[in-house]
Design a binder for this molecule. Sequence first.
Ligand SMILES: Nc1ncnc2c1ncn2[C@@H]1O[C@H](COP(=O)(O)OP(=O)(O)OP(=O)(O)O)[C@@H](O)[C@H]1O
Length: 288
Amino acid sequence: MDNVVELNNVTKQFKDFSVTDLNLQVKRGFVHGFIGANGAGKSTTIKMMMNLLKPDAGDVKVFGLDYKSHEKEIKERIGFVYDGNVFFEGMNLKDIKRIVAPAYKHWDDDVFKKYIDQFELPLNKSIKRFSKGMQMKASLAIALSHHAELIIMDEPTAGLDPIFRRELLELLQEIMIDGNRTIFFSTHITTDLDRIADYIAFINKGQLIFNKTIHEVSESYAIVKGRKELLDRDTEKAFVNIHQSSVGFEALTDDLAGAENTFGDSAVIERATLEDIMYYMKGGMQHV
Ligand SMILES: Nc1ncnc2c1ncn2[C@@H]1O[C@H](COP(=O)(O)OP(=O)(O)OP(=O)(O)O)[C@@H](O)[C@H]1O
């Protein structure tokens, strides 16, 4: 199984924040969700994947190639989707197509037309008058029209209404059917991932906490709830983080089987959602 993206020991240092020694592989043919709280380093990481930001150390490989000698080839094979000012402000989709199409070897006018119709996008309206959802659709239509093998999206569902969010997720599922495409997208709306992601990478304060299949995540992480007496030096080792009250505790474990062994029926053990994991990982020891 080959990796379409490989980040090896990647570090980027800003004044008050750093992404540190990041190792991340994205496998071909899967939907990979990238989660983390606000400011965790998702956009910074994605920008390094896109060569919009240079790492201070480590290396980035996309399709097994590096940007130094293969930038054009890599960019041709990636569709980068985000809602910001992707295009020149005053332009409409017709103008943009005229400029963008010749830049891609595999541009397909029929596919472009198909998505413009499907997304009900006006060709003659200035992009700056598009809503957030329309900008996202326009950006996605372009990525799909040049047959991008890897679609990278930075927060594609943020700020979208629930109906369009669901439509977008369905569309992403549809475009995965041929088996050769890969989607990597960041989000903090973790419920989106339950629907479509195969892999989840979780970044916290600039450090990668895990990169696992969604199945592995649900087989390893759990919330344990019980009486305070159950906690001692040994049993506490099972937990990533514990929230205590005067009588009881709730804690996150990354070793579901171990916790079941330790606590048996004396505690309530529930599968942890991605939101639970993000929440418990955010701080140090806390009290409820
Ligand atoms: N060019 C820059 N110079 C200095 N600091 C930066 C720069 N870009 C990002 N940062 C800082 O890096 C941190 C991580 O930002 P980043 O945008 O990667 O987070 P994020 O996980 O994408 O967050 P969000 O979900 O809020 O978009 C933030 O504290 C941000 O202020």
